[in-house]
Design a protein around this ligand. Structure first.
Ligand code: PRP
Ligand code: URA
Length: 222
């Protein structure tokens, strides 16, 4: 039994009993939409906690009721961007807003063409220019990393806007080896944080064993 995180270069598969518990709920084809969403949200909390733990910090003086102390807080010299890939990536949003209320949320809308498996864009809320790309830390959220086509396009968007690849993280619930390979063959410095590394893709590009169509199961559109 594997109890520690699997950490190969820029691939961080998070092992945690609460993740295991909730992955079992997500994978269960008979699970209700309501519990599916709840389980997904619990996993996003652990993933976002893990993903954000190396953000730059600064010291801040705080007056307790008893004395003055210093604590490390998130640096106010950086910009945090979270980009959920619509639709399924939205399942991270509440967690992100609770954990990092200072983050800017820029939605990216794309779906996979079922024949070609290529992403089709329909929305991009990113500004033309980022304020200070070298001080920007980006989290792209999407529960499923399958062929990696969607994530690749999303990462590329930030690379084009001059964000250093080492400051871009992809946060996923289930990842397939094919998708990881696709991303790291081009963007080896982008860290992928995932709750599970599954076996492979089937002939329709679905992750095995996976959980089926994440967007449909989150939004009750099966
Ligand atoms: C799913 C998923 C990813 C994409 C992954 O979205 O949420 O965005 O597929 O596949 P890829 O790695 O092969 O690109 P989908 O296209 O089903 O859209 P939806 O979230 O709107 O349901
Ligand atoms: N998108 C999903 O929602 N599920 C998969 O298994 C692959 C892509």
């Amino acid at each position: 039994m594997q109890t520690a995180n699997t950490k190969i270069k820029n691939l961080n598969i998070i092992k945690h009993p609460v993740i295991g518990e909730n992955l079992a709920i997500l994978r269960d084809k008979n699970q209700s939409f309501q519990y599916f969403r709840l389980a997904a949200k619990k996993i996003t909390q652990i993933l976002m906690y893990e993903a954000s733990k190396n953000l730059p910090t600064m010291e801040k003086e705080v007056q307790t009721p008893l004395e003055t102390t210093v604590t490390n807080v998130i640096s106010d010299g950086i910009e945090i961007i979270v980009s959920p890939i619509l639709r399924a990536g939205l399942v991270f949003e509440e967690t992100v807003l609770e954990l990092m209320p200072m983050a800017k949320i820029f939605h990216i809308g794309m779906y996979r063409n079922e024949e070609t498996l290529k992403p089709v864009w329909y929305y991009n809320k990113l500004p033309e220019k980022l304020n200070c790309p070298e001080k920007t830390f980006v989290y792209i959220t999407d529960p499923m990393l399958a062929t990696g086509g969607s994530l690749y396009d999303a990462i590329n968007l930030f690379i084009q806007k001059n964000v250093p690849p080492s400051q871009i993280k992809a946060v996923c619930i289930i990842s397939a080896p094919e998708g990881i390979e696709h991303i790291h063959s081009q963007f080896s410095d982008v860290e992928i944080i995932s709750a599970a590394l599954d076996r492979s893709l089937n002939e329709k590009g679905y992750i095995l064993p996976g959980l089926g169509d994440a967007g449909d199961r989150i939004f009750n559109t099966l």
